[in-house]
Design a binder for this molecule. Sequence first.
Ligand code: ATP
Ligand code: MG
Length: 551
Amino acid sequence: MHPNRDRVNILLVDDQPSKLLSYEVVLEELGENLIKAASGKEALAQLLRREFAVILVDVAMPELDGFELAAMIREHPRFEQTAIIFVSAVHLSEFDSLRGYRAGAVDYLQVPIVPDLLRAKVRIFCDLYRKTRQLEALNEELERRVEARTAELAAANVDLEKRVEARTREREEALAQVAEMQKLEGLGQLTGGVAHDFNNLLMVVMSNLEMALSRVAEDALLTRWLGRAMEAATRGAALTKRMLAFARRQDLKPESLALSDVVSGMVEMMSHSLGPSVRIAVDLPPDLPPIRIDRNQLELALLNLGLNARDAMPNGGELLIKARTADEAHLPDKLAPGCYVHLLVVDTGLGMDVETLKRASEPFFSTKPMGKGSGLGLSMVHGLTLQSGGTMHIASRPNEGTSVSLWLPVGQDPVLAGRTLDAPGRVESAVRRVLLVDDDPLVLAATADMLRELGHETIETTSAKKALEVLGAGERPDLAILDYAMPEMSGSALAELIHEIHPGLPLLLATGYSEREKAGGRLPRLNKPYTLAELDRQIGLLSSARATIAS
Ligand SMILES: Nc1ncnc2c1ncn2[C@@H]1O[C@H](COP(=O)(O)OP(=O)(O)OP(=O)(O)O)[C@@H](O)[C@H]1O
Ligand SMILES: [Mg+2]
C-alpha cells in the first residue's frame, strides 16, 4: 500500500478481545503495525519494548483504567508526545473528558465506533508521528553537516595558520638575509674607505722610511729602528690589502690558471706554515678546466684557509684540498649560470658552532686570542671570490671539521705557464721631468721625494684643474703620475683630457683600490703603497715602452 514509507506502531489496549479484533479490522488497511494489549499492564510491557505513534486505550478497564494508564504513559519522557486516543463505551461527562485530557489524551471516540472516523483520526496521528520523525532526522542530518563543515573549516583554519606562519618565517628569514647583506655591504664600504685612507698614510710612511733607510747605512742602530718601523708598516700594508679584498676593492689581475699549478706551488710552502702535525692531501682531477683569477690573491686565500685549518687542529689532523668541475645544474643560488670549478678546503678540526659559522666571514670577526687573529682571513677569501665572479660557502659543525667551498669561474683564455707577473728587475731610466697630481699633500710630497731620490725632477699639483693649468702654461713633462681617486675629477678622467692635449705623454695611474673597470683598464698602474723600487721599475717600463714606440 505504502511501499516507500516506514511503518509505525499502533498500540491497541482493551480488556475485551472482540473489541481489540474490531479495531484491528478497522485499522488494518492503514498498513501500519498493530500491536494488541489486553490490559494496562500488558500495554506498559509493550511500551517498554518499542516506540509507538498512536495508543488507542479503552477507558473502562479492570485493575488499571484508561486514565490511570494514560497518566503513567505520559510520565515517561519517551512518550510525552505520543498520541493517546481514548475509546469509551459509556457516554462521557464533561468532567470525564477534562480528566482524560489532563491525563494526556489527544482525542476521544465513542462506542459504537464509526470505522472511517477511527481510521481518519489514527491516520492523522500516524502521519504526524512520521513527519515529526522525518523532521528530527533532517535536523540531525543538518546538525551533522554543520558539524562536519565546522570541522572542515577548523582544519582549513589550522592549515591557513600554518601557511601564514611558514610565509612569515620565510619572510623573516629573507629580511634577515637582506639585513645581513646590507650590514656586510655597509661594513665593506666602511672597511674599504678606512683601508684606502690607511693605504695613503702607509704609502707616506713607507716611502719616507725607505728613503731614510737608504741614507743611514753606516748607523746600525738607526737602521734597525727604521727597519722595524718598515716591517710594521709592511704588515699594516698587508692588513689594508686584506681589508680591500673584503671590500672587493682591490686591484686584481685575473688570468687563466691551472688550479693544479697553483696548488702544487703552494703545498710545500703551506706544509712549512702549517707544521708537521697537519697532513696535507690534494685531490685534483687532471682534466680540471682553467680558472680565471688573480694568482697572488688565490695563493693568499689558500694560505689563509690553511692557517685557519691549522688553528682549528691544535692536535694535528688532515687538510684536504680538493676540486671538481662544478655541476652547472646545482650551482649556489647567488652564482650566475656558467662554468665553475668547485674548490674545497676541508679540515678535520674543531669546527664551528652555529653562531661562529654565521659570522665567520664578517670582517674583524675572530674567536682567536687578542693579537692572534685579525678576523680578516675569511673576509679576504670571500671578497676575492665575489670580486672574481665566484662565491664562497662554509659548512661546519662542532667537532666535525670545516669545509670551505669556493666556486671559481672557468677562464676562457689560454693558460699561461707558470708565473708571468711583473718580473722584478731594474730598468735603467734617464732623468725625467715628472708631473705629479695628487689631492693628498702628504702623498704628493712623499712621491715627489721618492722621485727626486731616484734622480728625477718634479712638478707637483694637488688637483686635475691645476695640472691642466700647468700644462696649459707650457710645461712639458716627460711623464705624469696621476692619483686615481681625487674629488672633482678622477685620475682616469684627467688622463683622457691629457691624452687629447698631449697624445704622446706617458701616464701612470696611482691607485689604492680602484675597481678595475672604473680605473680605466689600459693605463699602467702603480699600486699604493708602492716602494721606491716599484716606482723606479714602472718609470723604467714606461720609458722603454716609449722608446720602443718611437723607434
Ligand atoms: N677551519 C676553521 N675551523 C674552525 N673555525 C674556523 C675555521 N676557519 C675560520 N674559523 C672561525 O672563523 C673565525 C674567522 O676566521 P678568519 O680567518 O676570518 O679570521 P681569524 O682566523 O680569526 O683571523 P685572521 O685570519 O685575520 O688571522 C675564526 O676566528 C674562527 O673562529
Ligand atoms: Mg684566519
